[in-house]
Design a protein around this ligand. Structure first.
Ligand SMILES: Cc1cc2nc3c(=O)[nH]c(=O)nc-3n(C[C@H](O)[C@H](O)[C@H](O)COP(=O)(O)OP(=O)(O)OC[C@H]3O[C@@H](n4cnc5c(N)ncnc54)[C@H](O)[C@@H]3O)c2cc1C
Length: 466
């Protein structure tokens, strides 16, 4: 049985591990945090349960990509999700035909998006059209412009973001949006179970500290607790972290400087609110809210006093009081530069000034939540917030980037990575490689696993389950 060592136990690492476990590989996943899952982590405060990095997603409809992958992995019945309606603007909620046609045409470029076998293993997608151009060409009014632009919060949209990326998310959302109902971490736990049932292990609280190479191969991975050897290695850590941990000669200077020059997607402040019982009605809706002054393609750029310009707010239902909300989580794009002055500090030991600033910004966000969701502070029993530094330190992403490396229409080659590397037994997975989010990272995991087991092998097997 071939052994695979996976560095990083986020969605990318666990999904790749689960797919390889199904193919008969013995998988070891090494995750630095005590709780596995990376962006799938959830946390509890008393009776309140909050998700940290997986709030809304597509792919769970009858033919949805995530549903079909889960069916193949044998966990479909145990994944707990519920549909959610996303409200963007009260003024309009139907998409112009031209826009819908265009996003469908764009996704047709990528057979994997529909879980269809592809002729070639690696092909550079045409990213020349920008999301901004797509939206401006198809929106017929200012309200429609906002409706069409809202997915940009879900990929950190900039003026040069590719329309293709926008289309992948928008298309999936048009087919139905969902949330996890029992904490997103339960999805991570199900993937870990697939790995463990096949004889593998998922080791949490174990930080990769060094990667040893010999010639064009990885020979060992060192952690703060021990050393691991395997036949194959897969990286799910941010690619910048991989480069930091490998010897200088393992990758070419050109590759290192290319990765060093890639900009990162925007960061965010997440606000977590626990509500008093039966204080706010729950109607299954999630809100995308934007100030009139919000710049659609730079939602994180504004003066601190004018922050937040946009947010995604998601109430959850109270299982003890159906019809009422238990929590509200709001993700508000925030520029990393706001917290740069404290970037040398570590979790739990930041200066007092940081905590005062965080409190102030959290209340600015709560003001918007109250206004947009008709909530009030009297309803709230618990409130806390995570900043760009929280994201940076928990997931290890540079500048607390929500979605990893930024993709640009003007420089597609810079951020498009192959799942194979110069080191013949090392593969890449995770949001930096291709696409992010629940669907993007999972599809990338298929590409990574297929680079090992054979082109189209897994996609064909998934199709056999339909
Ligand atoms: C605030 C926020 C909200 C989001 N909302 C959504 C959403 O609603 N819908 C959606 O689809 N996507 C959302 N995303 C994006 C989504 O969370 C990510 O795209 C996805 O989880 C990426 O998975 P990954 O495995 O590539 O990376 P990660 O989940 O970051 O996993 C990488 C793992 O590597 C580990 N690691 C790093 N360094 C080391 C080391 N030295 N040793 C061992 N382990 C290490 C990290 O701890 C982490 O667990 C959101 C992200 C954020 C930050």
């Amino acid at each position: 049985m071939k052994r695979v060592c996976i560095m990083g136990g986020g969605l990318g690492g666990l999904m790749t591990g689960a797919l390889l476990a199904k193919e008969g590989y013995r998988v070891t996943v090494l995750e630095k945090n005590r709780i596995i899952g990376g962006g799938l982590q959830s946390f509890r405060r008393g009776k309140y349960l909050f998700d940290t990095g997986m709030h809304i997603f597509g792919g769970m409809g009858p033919d949805g990509q995530i549903r079909l992958i889960c069916r193949y992995l044998g966990i479909e019945e145990r994944v707990k999700t519920a549909p959610r309606r996303v409200v963007v603007t009260d003024a309009c909620d139907s998409y112009p035909e031209a826009y819908t046609e265009k996003i469908h045409a764009l996704t047709e470029q990528e057979p994997l998006y529909r879980l269809k076998p592809s002729e070639v293993e690696y092909r550079l997608t045409d990213l020349s059209l920008t999301a901004k151009e797509l939206v401006e060409q198809t929106a017929r009014s200012a309200e429609e412009l906002r409706l069409l632009a809202y997915p940009s919060l879900l990929y950190g949209g900039r003026e040069d973001s590719p329309a293709f990326l926008h289309a992948l998310i928008s298309c999936a959302h048009q087919q139905g949006t969902y949330t996890f109902t029992d904490g997103s971490v339960h999805f991570a736990e199900l993937l870990a179970e697939v790995i463990e049932n096949a004889g593998g292990e998922v080791r949490s609280g174990e930080t990769v500290t060094g990667i040893e190479t010999s010639g064009r191969q990885v020979s060992a991975v060192h952690t703060d607790k021990g050393t691991y050897t395997a036949d194959l290695y897969v990286n799910d850590m941010p690619v910048s972290k991989l480069l930091e941990l490998t010897p200088a000669g393992a990758f070419t200077p050109a590759f290192r400087s290319r990765i060093g020059a890639v900009p990162y997607t925007m960061s965010a402040m997440s606000v977590f609110i626990g509500l008093k019982p039966r204080s706010m009605r729950y109607d299954g809706e999630a809100w995308f809210a934007m100030q009139d002054s919000c710049e659609l393609w730079s939602m994180d750029e504004c003066a601190e006093e004018a922050w937040p310009q946009a947010m995604f707010a998601l109430p959850s239902e109270d299982s003890d009081n159906p019809g009422f909300a238990a929590t509200i989580t709001a993700v508000c794009p925030m520029n990393y530069d706001y917290v740069k002055r404290w970037e040398q500090s570590v979790t739990g030991q930041r200066p007092k000034e940081y905590y005062r600033w965080k409190e102030r910004m959290m209340h600015q966000a709560i003001d918007v939540i109250c206004e947009k969701l008709g909530a009030s502070r009297e309803m709230m029993a618990y409130m806390d917030a995570g900043t760009p530094l929280t994201i940076r330190d928990y997931y290890g992403t540079p500048r607390g980037a929500m979605y990893g490396m930024h993709r640009s229409s003007s420089n597609p080659l810079q951020s498009s990575l192959s799942t194979r590397t110069r080191l013949t037994n090392l593969y890449l997975t995770g949001q930096d490689v291709n696409f992010h989010g629940l669907i993007g990272t999972s599809l990338t995991a298929i590409l990574t696993a297929e680079a090992i087991v054979g082109h189209n092998t897994i996609v064909n097997k998934i199709n056999d389950t339909i």
